[in-house]
Design a protein around this ligand. Structure first.
Ligand SMILES: [Zn+2]
Length: 554
């Protein structure tokens, strides 16, 4: 018997109602493993209404006068958030869906809750079929994100009119359009001095960055914007990019100083307080000509790394008089949050955003060994900064950090919410039928294994037998047998199981890699659509050399 449901609305646009229904259907089917039909005779009725004046992005679920379940919000995305809450508090079983009895109002505390899809290196966002990315955008929206940012990464390309660039732009526009259709705000990010692969050598930036070359620098193709011709070309290329995206109402522009990017020539340095500020201001003013309501996010990534080069102080001075070209300051680092804005306040007294590094920390290749849940690490970061922020933008390289994204989405929504609470809600929703306590604890234990390896910077190590890894792998094996097949085969479950299995292989000191490891790497590669990806964003590639499997990347 199919599950039946009705969806009604007078105030939500028909295209948005269709989107709502598509998300609802996909999520219920995935969890119940049966057909799901919209039927006007169905007993379960969802009644969606937009009420202008409702709190921004907040939603209410209540019973209406006829006993129907009403989801009310001030805009379409708030209704999507209401759907997320309704789904996560509903009950799923094979062939059965029992709609939630949760009623109440929920309003997010942080205004900007964005995820940045790093669209490069032929990772998931760069290479997967667009419809998979569209579904993923919808999944993230259910947890409270309100913006998706992508990057037209020029260094892969040789100009805006090349077929490769056109294909890439079409892909990015499809992702941003999907975000918009789900009610999310579309955004673009870029370096203030970005360059194509064939940028003129004489206009290129000096990226020798004495003392910090190992963490700063770029692809060597970025431009020096202190050279008049370099500045002119940077703005020409940005203008061409903005023109190419002008059919989309871009709402966020994020401008970056480093990693890659920047110039340390005498005229530009210190880049963060000098060349960058001028280049970013020019880029912001240009962007607003194409996207008048775009908010400008100025990143301070890698400012004063380890030593005070005057970047934070210089930016503070430059923004001390009111400026109308910048709306937010973004700050963060690979490790602890930068001290300067915590101790001295935010330049220009602007709203502060963070940039959680959920992708790369302690695992190389990124995602190469499956899921990388880090709830404890993020809780510790959050406890320090949660009263200082107006939101944040996550840095994402792919699917493997799904749990991490959801933890941050919920921090931004409700700053008192703990990572552990979110993790439990995630497990209960994504893996209905599992033992939530055991799986949540198992995921926390994966983080312990991650910490041990992160200090060594290498994941392919033969360590002594470890009882914790054995226990976690056993738990995932046991739960896999209990779960309905559709859940046990879902990619979210598989990336956790594979990570637990790989941890066990690494800890027990067996010959590594072996055939089982190869099969898991191949499965991860397929999940990520990373067959053609560069080495940093795909599992190690194992090749048979005689009888021995040899890793092509350590
Ligand atoms: Zn320069």
């Amino acid at each position: 018997m199919p599950i039946t449901i009705q969806v009604r609305s007078k105030t939500v646009e028909q295209t948005s109602v269709s989107k709502f229904k598509a998300i609802l259907k996909r999520h219920v089917q995935a969890r119940c493993g049966c057909d799901f039909i919209f039927d006007e005779r169905a007993r379960t009725v969802l009644h969606l209404e937009i009420e202008p004046g409702s709190q921004q992005d907040g939603f209410t679920i209540r019973d209406d006068d006829n006993g129907l379940i009403m989801i009310v919000g001030g805009n379409f995305r708030s209704i999507v958030y209401g759907l997320g809450k309704l789904l996560r508090t509903s009950t799923f079983a094979p062939g059965r869906f029992t709609a939630s009895s949760w009623r109440g109002t929920s309003v997010p505390q942080n205004e900007l809750r964005a995820v940045y899809f790093a669209t490069h290196f032929f990772n998931f966002y760069h290479a997967a079929p667009v419809e998979k990315i569209v579904e993923y955008v919808e999944d993230l929206a259910l947890w409270g994100f309100n913006a998706v940012v992508v990057c037209y990464d020029m260094h892969h390309l040789t100009g805006i009119d090349t077929p490769e660039a056109r294909r890439f732009i079409d892909r990015l526009k499809a992702i941003l359009t999907a975000a918009k259709e789900t009610g999310l705000r579309p955004g673009l990010t870029m370096l203030a001095n970005e360059g194509y692969a064939n940028s003129p050598v004489e206009l290129r930036a000096d990226q020798s960055f004495p003392g910090t070359r190992h963490i700063r620098g770029g692809y060597g193709v970025e431009l020096c914007t202190s050279k008049p011709a370099g500045k002119k070309l940077a703005l020409q290329w940005l203008g061409e990019e903005f023109q190419a995206f002008s059919s989309i109402d871009i709402e966020l522009i994020m401008l970056w100083p480093y990693d890659q990017g920047g110039c340390c020539c005498p005229e530009c340095r210190p880049w963060g307080a000098n060349g960058f500020v001028g280049a970013a201001k020019d880029a912001a003013i240009l962007a607003r000509q194409y996207f008048p309501r775009a908010k400008i996010i100025l990143s301070t990534w890698l400012f004063d790394p380890g030593v005070d080069e005057g970047e934070w102080r210089g930016l503070t001075e430059k923004l001390s008089a009111p400026q109308d070209w910048v709306d937010y300051i973004l700050a963060d680092s690979h490790e602890a949050f930068p001290k300067y804005p915590l101790g001295h306040g935010v330049p220009g007294n602007l709203p502060l955003l963070n940039f959680p590094e959920i992708s790369m920390w302690g695992m190389n290749p990124w995602g190469g060994y499956g899921a990388n849940p880090l709830p404890g690490r993020f809780q510790a970061f959050w406890d320090v900064i949660r009263d200082k922020l107006s939101g944040g933008v996550l840095y994402s390289e792919g699917l493997y950090e799904d749990v991490n994204k959801i933890i941050w989405a919920q921090f931004y929504w409700d700053s008192a919410r703990t990572a552990r609470e979110t993790l439990r809600e995630y497990v209960a929703y994504e893996f209905p039928g599992c033992n939530v306590d055991e799986v949540a604890e198992g995921i926390m234990a994966l983080e312990e294994g991650h910490r041990e390896f992160s200090t060594r910077k290498r994941w392919r190590l033969k360590l002594r037998s470890n009882a914790r890894a054995q226990k976690v792998a056993n738990m995932f094996d046991r739960e896999t047998k209990l779960l309905p097949t559709n859940i046990a085969r879902s990619w979210r479950w598989r990336i956790l199981c594979i990570r637990a299995s790989l941890d066990l292989e690494r800890f027990t000191g067996k010959r590594y890699p072996n055939a089982a490891v190869k099969a898991w790497f191949d499965e991860l590669t397929a999940i990520y659509h990373a067959q053609d990806a560069e080495g940093c964003v795909r599992p190690p590639r194992l090749e048979t050399g005689g009888k021995k499997l040899v890793s092509k990347r350590q």
